[in-house]
Design a binder for this molecule. Sequence first.
Ligand code: 9Z3
Length: 304
Amino acid sequence: MDAINGSESFEEIPYADIKSFFDSAPALGDAAETKIKEELEKFIKRNYSPSENGTTRRVVCVTSGGTTVPLEQRCVRYIDNFSSGHRGAASTEYFLKAGYAVVFLYRKGTCQPYCRSLPDDPLLECFEVTSESNITGTLLKLPFTTIFEYLQLLQLLALSMRSLGPNAMFYLAAAVSDFYVPWESMAVHKIQSASGPLDIRLAQVPKMLPVLRKDWAPMAFCISFKLETDTKILLEKANMALKKYNMHMVVANELKTRKEEVIVVTKSGNITIRRDMTQAGADVEEPLVKLIVDRHSAYIGSQS
Ligand code: 9Z3
Protein backbone atom coordinates (compact mmCIF):
# COMPACT_ATOMS: atom_id res chain seq x y z
CA MET A 1 0.00 0.00 0.00
CA ASP A 2 1.18 3.54 -0.79
CA ALA A 3 2.50 5.03 2.47
CA ILE A 4 1.29 8.55 1.74
CA ASN A 5 -1.84 8.16 -0.36
CA GLY A 6 -3.22 5.13 1.42
CA SER A 7 -5.10 3.04 -1.08
CA GLU A 8 -7.15 1.16 1.48
CA SER A 9 -10.86 0.91 0.96
CA PHE A 10 -12.93 3.22 3.12
CA GLU A 11 -15.06 1.87 5.87
CA GLU A 12 -18.75 1.92 5.14
CA ILE A 13 -19.74 5.62 5.14
CA PRO A 14 -23.03 6.25 6.99
CA TYR A 15 -24.53 8.39 4.21
CA ALA A 16 -28.09 8.08 5.57
CA ASP A 17 -27.01 9.37 9.01
CA ILE A 18 -24.98 12.17 7.43
CA LYS A 19 -27.91 13.24 5.28
CA SER A 20 -30.29 13.26 8.21
CA PHE A 21 -27.77 15.26 10.30
CA PHE A 22 -27.51 17.97 7.63
CA ASP A 23 -31.22 17.88 6.74
CA SER A 24 -32.31 18.48 10.31
CA ALA A 25 -29.54 20.92 11.30
CA PRO A 26 -30.65 24.57 11.62
CA ALA A 27 -29.46 26.12 8.36
CA LEU A 28 -26.75 28.77 8.34
CA GLY A 29 -29.24 30.82 6.34
CA ASP A 30 -29.16 31.61 2.63
CA ALA A 31 -27.64 35.06 3.10
CA ALA A 32 -24.89 33.85 5.43
CA GLU A 33 -24.13 30.87 3.21
CA THR A 34 -23.90 33.00 0.06
CA LYS A 35 -21.66 35.51 1.83
CA ILE A 36 -19.30 32.81 3.12
CA LYS A 37 -19.17 31.10 -0.28
CA GLU A 38 -18.33 34.41 -1.98
CA GLU A 39 -15.63 35.23 0.57
CA LEU A 40 -14.11 31.79 0.21
CA GLU A 41 -14.14 31.99 -3.56
CA LYS A 42 -12.48 35.43 -3.47
CA PHE A 43 -9.93 34.26 -0.91
CA ILE A 44 -9.01 31.12 -2.84
CA LYS A 45 -8.85 33.00 -6.14
CA ARG A 46 -6.61 35.70 -4.66
CA ASN A 47 -4.21 33.24 -3.08
CA TYR A 48 -4.29 30.33 -5.43
CA SER A 49 -5.05 31.59 -8.91
CA PRO A 50 -1.66 32.51 -10.47
CA SER A 51 -3.37 34.95 -12.86
CA GLU A 52 -4.46 37.15 -9.94
CA ASN A 53 -1.05 38.08 -8.54
CA GLY A 54 1.52 35.73 -10.03
CA THR A 55 1.95 33.53 -6.96
CA THR A 56 0.26 30.29 -6.04
CA ARG A 57 -0.15 29.62 -2.37
CA ARG A 58 -1.13 26.38 -0.76
CA VAL A 59 -4.29 26.72 1.31
CA VAL A 60 -4.81 25.11 4.71
CA CYS A 61 -8.04 24.97 6.68
CA VAL A 62 -7.16 25.03 10.38
CA THR A 63 -10.04 24.15 12.72
CA SER A 64 -9.77 25.30 16.30
CA GLY A 65 -11.72 25.32 19.58
CA GLY A 66 -14.56 23.10 20.75
CA THR A 67 -18.05 22.66 19.35
CA THR A 68 -21.15 23.02 21.53
CA VAL A 69 -24.22 20.81 21.60
CA PRO A 70 -27.35 22.83 22.41
CA LEU A 71 -29.93 21.21 24.69
CA GLU A 72 -32.72 23.63 23.73
CA GLN A 73 -33.54 25.19 20.36
CA ARG A 74 -33.79 28.60 22.06
CA CYS A 75 -30.57 27.71 23.73
CA VAL A 76 -29.96 28.45 27.38
CA ARG A 77 -27.91 25.34 28.14
CA TYR A 78 -25.39 23.40 26.13
CA ILE A 79 -22.71 20.71 26.39
CA ASP A 80 -19.23 21.89 25.48
CA ASN A 81 -16.03 20.22 24.27
CA PHE A 82 -12.82 21.35 25.87
CA SER A 83 -10.34 23.33 23.74
CA SER A 84 -8.74 26.70 24.42
CA GLY A 85 -7.95 27.15 20.72
CA HIS A 86 -4.25 27.63 21.49
CA ARG A 87 -3.14 24.80 19.20
CA GLY A 88 -5.13 26.11 16.24
CA ALA A 89 -4.10 29.74 16.74
CA ALA A 90 -0.38 28.93 17.13
CA SER A 91 -0.41 26.56 14.16
CA THR A 92 -2.11 29.21 12.02
CA GLU A 93 0.79 31.59 12.71
CA TYR A 94 3.34 28.97 11.63
CA PHE A 95 1.40 28.04 8.48
CA LEU A 96 1.22 31.73 7.52
CA LYS A 97 4.96 32.04 8.16
CA ALA A 98 5.54 29.01 5.91
CA GLY A 99 3.73 30.83 3.08
CA TYR A 100 0.32 29.18 3.29
CA ALA A 101 -3.01 30.95 3.02
CA VAL A 102 -5.09 29.92 6.05
CA VAL A 103 -8.82 29.55 6.54
CA PHE A 104 -9.14 29.64 10.32
CA LEU A 105 -12.41 27.96 11.33
CA TYR A 106 -12.62 28.77 15.02
CA ARG A 107 -14.94 28.65 18.01
CA LYS A 108 -16.15 32.14 18.89
CA GLY A 109 -14.32 33.52 21.93
CA THR A 110 -11.30 31.17 21.75
CA CYS A 111 -7.62 31.98 21.23
CA GLN A 112 -6.74 33.94 18.06
CA PRO A 113 -3.56 34.00 15.95
CA TYR A 114 -1.10 36.70 17.07
CA CYS A 115 -3.07 37.26 20.31
CA ARG A 116 -2.08 34.05 22.07
CA SER A 117 -0.39 35.68 25.03
CA LEU A 118 -3.20 38.08 25.86
CA PRO A 119 -4.47 37.45 29.39
CA ASP A 120 -7.74 35.59 29.83
CA ASP A 121 -9.64 38.75 30.70
CA PRO A 122 -13.40 39.07 30.15
CA LEU A 123 -12.83 42.76 29.39
CA LEU A 124 -10.96 41.76 26.23
CA GLU A 125 -14.11 40.01 24.96
CA CYS A 126 -15.46 43.52 24.38
CA PHE A 127 -12.93 43.90 21.60
CA GLU A 128 -13.87 40.71 19.84
CA VAL A 129 -14.54 41.07 16.12
CA THR A 130 -18.30 41.14 15.75
CA SER A 131 -18.69 40.61 12.01
CA GLU A 132 -19.57 37.12 10.75
CA SER A 133 -16.13 36.66 9.26
CA ASN A 134 -12.87 38.47 9.01
CA ILE A 135 -10.57 38.50 6.01
CA THR A 136 -7.02 39.74 5.45
CA GLY A 137 -4.67 38.95 2.55
CA THR A 138 -3.71 35.41 3.51
CA LEU A 139 -5.95 34.76 6.53
CA LEU A 140 -9.69 34.19 6.44
CA LYS A 141 -11.39 33.73 9.80
CA LEU A 142 -14.75 31.99 10.10
CA PRO A 143 -16.40 31.60 13.52
CA PHE A 144 -18.63 28.76 14.73
CA THR A 145 -20.29 27.84 18.00
CA THR A 146 -22.44 24.72 17.61
CA ILE A 147 -21.68 21.32 16.11
CA PHE A 148 -24.33 22.14 13.47
CA GLU A 149 -22.52 25.32 12.37
CA TYR A 150 -19.10 23.66 12.47
CA LEU A 151 -19.97 20.71 10.25
CA GLN A 152 -21.92 22.81 7.74
CA LEU A 153 -19.02 25.24 7.48
CA LEU A 154 -16.48 22.42 7.16
CA GLN A 155 -18.48 20.92 4.29
CA LEU A 156 -18.80 24.30 2.55
CA LEU A 157 -15.09 24.89 2.92
CA ALA A 158 -14.09 21.44 1.73
CA LEU A 159 -16.24 21.76 -1.38
CA SER A 160 -14.70 25.19 -2.13
CA MET A 161 -11.15 23.90 -1.57
CA ARG A 162 -11.68 20.77 -3.64
CA SER A 163 -10.51 22.55 -6.79
CA LEU A 164 -7.03 23.04 -5.23
CA GLY A 165 -6.40 19.30 -5.41
CA PRO A 166 -3.33 18.25 -3.39
CA ASN A 167 -2.45 21.91 -2.65
CA ALA A 168 -5.29 21.96 -0.10
CA MET A 169 -4.78 20.78 3.45
CA PHE A 170 -7.12 20.15 6.37
CA TYR A 171 -5.59 20.47 9.85
CA LEU A 172 -8.44 19.45 12.12
CA ALA A 173 -7.46 20.55 15.63
CA ALA A 174 -10.99 21.50 16.74
CA ALA A 175 -12.48 19.37 19.52
CA VAL A 176 -15.62 18.03 17.91
CA SER A 177 -18.61 16.65 19.83
CA ASP A 178 -19.19 12.92 19.46
CA PHE A 179 -22.78 13.14 20.68
CA TYR A 180 -25.62 15.55 20.05
CA VAL A 181 -29.34 16.15 20.45
CA PRO A 182 -30.99 15.99 17.01
CA TRP A 183 -32.72 19.30 16.28
CA GLU A 184 -36.16 17.74 15.78
CA SER A 185 -36.09 15.97 19.15
CA MET A 186 -34.71 19.01 21.02
CA ALA A 187 -36.88 20.97 23.48
CA VAL A 188 -37.87 24.30 21.92
CA HIS A 189 -37.94 26.34 25.13
CA LYS A 190 -35.80 26.35 28.26
CA ILE A 191 -36.08 22.96 29.99
CA GLN A 192 -37.97 23.38 33.27
CA SER A 193 -36.42 22.20 36.52
CA ALA A 194 -39.85 21.77 38.11
CA SER A 195 -40.25 18.56 36.09
CA GLY A 196 -37.58 16.85 38.23
CA PRO A 197 -34.29 15.19 37.19
CA LEU A 198 -33.40 15.43 33.55
CA ASP A 199 -32.81 12.41 31.30
CA ILE A 200 -31.23 13.22 27.95
CA ARG A 201 -30.52 10.73 25.21
CA LEU A 202 -27.71 11.82 22.92
CA ALA A 203 -27.38 10.53 19.37
CA GLN A 204 -23.99 9.85 17.84
CA VAL A 205 -22.63 12.54 15.52
CA PRO A 206 -21.97 10.73 12.23
CA LYS A 207 -18.26 10.56 11.36
CA MET A 208 -17.57 13.15 8.68
CA LEU A 209 -13.85 12.46 8.21
CA PRO A 210 -14.30 9.57 5.74
CA VAL A 211 -16.74 11.62 3.68
CA LEU A 212 -14.36 14.60 3.67
CA ARG A 213 -11.62 12.30 2.32
CA LYS A 214 -13.75 10.39 -0.14
CA ASP A 215 -16.27 12.89 -1.49
CA TRP A 216 -15.78 16.50 -0.38
CA ALA A 217 -12.07 17.02 -1.12
CA PRO A 218 -10.53 13.68 -2.12
CA MET A 219 -7.11 15.06 -3.14
CA ALA A 220 -6.57 17.26 -0.09
CA PHE A 221 -3.90 16.39 2.51
CA CYS A 222 -5.77 15.56 5.73
CA ILE A 223 -4.53 15.64 9.30
CA SER A 224 -6.84 14.88 12.19
CA PHE A 225 -6.16 15.05 15.93
CA LYS A 226 -6.87 12.41 18.54
CA LEU A 227 -7.33 13.52 22.13
CA GLU A 228 -7.44 11.09 25.05
CA THR A 229 -6.97 11.34 28.79
CA ASP A 230 -5.94 7.67 29.12
CA THR A 231 -2.45 7.26 27.62
CA LYS A 232 -2.92 3.50 27.41
CA ILE A 233 -5.46 3.78 24.59
CA LEU A 234 -4.14 6.92 22.83
CA LEU A 235 -1.95 5.36 20.13
CA GLU A 236 -4.34 2.52 19.44
CA LYS A 237 -7.18 5.03 18.88
CA ALA A 238 -4.99 7.27 16.72
CA ASN A 239 -3.99 4.29 14.56
CA MET A 240 -7.61 3.32 14.22
CA ALA A 241 -8.52 6.85 13.05
CA LEU A 242 -5.65 6.80 10.53
CA LYS A 243 -6.95 3.61 8.93
CA LYS A 244 -10.70 3.96 9.37
CA TYR A 245 -10.90 7.53 8.10
CA ASN A 246 -8.01 7.24 5.65
CA MET A 247 -6.18 10.25 7.12
CA HIS A 248 -2.68 11.10 5.91
CA MET A 249 -1.55 11.79 9.48
CA VAL A 250 -3.14 11.67 12.93
CA VAL A 251 -1.70 13.82 15.71
CA ALA A 252 -2.15 12.00 19.02
CA ASN A 253 -2.11 14.01 22.22
CA GLU A 254 -2.95 13.54 25.86
CA LEU A 255 -4.86 16.30 27.61
CA LYS A 256 -2.33 16.87 30.42
CA THR A 257 0.82 16.87 28.28
CA ARG A 258 -0.59 18.34 25.04
CA LYS A 259 1.54 21.48 25.29
CA GLU A 260 4.75 19.48 25.77
CA GLU A 261 4.45 16.55 23.40
CA VAL A 262 2.44 15.11 20.51
CA ILE A 263 2.91 11.89 18.56
CA VAL A 264 2.35 12.07 14.82
CA VAL A 265 0.97 8.75 13.63
CA THR A 266 1.50 7.93 9.94
CA LYS A 267 1.28 4.76 7.88
CA SER A 268 5.07 4.62 7.80
CA GLY A 269 5.56 5.00 11.58
CA ASN A 270 5.21 7.33 14.54
CA ILE A 271 7.14 10.56 15.13
CA THR A 272 7.32 12.12 18.58
CA ILE A 273 7.47 15.92 18.63
CA ARG A 274 8.49 17.68 21.85
CA ARG A 275 8.62 21.30 22.84
CA ASP A 276 12.22 22.49 23.19
CA MET A 277 12.42 22.95 26.97
CA THR A 278 15.79 24.76 26.71
CA GLN A 279 14.23 27.58 24.69
CA ALA A 280 12.04 30.11 26.51
CA GLY A 281 8.70 30.56 24.74
CA ALA A 282 9.20 27.53 22.47
CA ASP A 283 6.07 25.58 21.67
CA VAL A 284 5.22 22.20 20.20
CA GLU A 285 3.33 23.70 17.22
CA GLU A 286 6.42 25.12 15.50
CA PRO A 287 8.19 21.74 14.94
CA LEU A 288 4.81 20.07 14.35
CA VAL A 289 3.86 22.46 11.54
CA LYS A 290 7.37 22.18 10.07
CA LEU A 291 7.03 18.39 9.84
CA ILE A 292 3.56 18.65 8.33
CA VAL A 293 4.63 21.23 5.73
CA ASP A 294 7.50 18.90 4.68
CA ARG A 295 5.13 15.94 4.39
CA HIS A 296 2.64 18.04 2.45
CA SER A 297 5.41 19.00 -0.03
CA ALA A 298 6.27 15.31 -0.49
CA TYR A 299 2.58 14.54 -1.01
CA ILE A 300 2.19 17.26 -3.66
CA GLY A 301 5.35 15.95 -5.36
CA SER A 302 3.96 12.43 -5.39
CA GLN A 303 0.76 13.61 -7.09
CA SER A 304 2.30 15.58 -9.95
C1 9Z3 B 1 -6.97 18.10 19.75
O1 9Z3 B 1 -6.63 17.00 20.11
C2 9Z3 B 1 -6.18 19.36 20.10
O2 9Z3 B 1 -4.82 19.10 20.07
C3 9Z3 B 1 -6.58 19.98 21.46
C4 9Z3 B 1 -5.76 21.27 21.63
C5 9Z3 B 1 -8.08 20.29 21.49
C6 9Z3 B 1 -6.25 19.03 22.61
P1 9Z3 B 1 -6.05 23.50 22.93
O3 9Z3 B 1 -7.11 23.97 21.97
O4 9Z3 B 1 -6.00 21.89 22.85
O5 9Z3 B 1 -4.67 24.03 22.57
O6 9Z3 B 1 -6.42 23.80 24.36
N1 9Z3 B 1 -8.07 18.26 18.96
C7 9Z3 B 1 -8.91 17.18 18.48
C8 9Z3 B 1 -9.84 16.68 19.50
C9 9Z3 B 1 -10.93 15.81 18.93
O7 9Z3 B 1 -12.07 16.10 19.18
N2 9Z3 B 1 -10.62 14.78 18.18
C10 9Z3 B 1 -11.60 13.78 17.81
C11 9Z3 B 1 -11.38 12.61 18.73
O8 9Z3 B 1 -10.40 12.59 19.49
C12 9Z3 B 1 -11.40 13.35 16.39
S1 9Z3 B 1 -11.87 14.58 15.25
O9 9Z3 B 1 -12.20 11.68 18.69
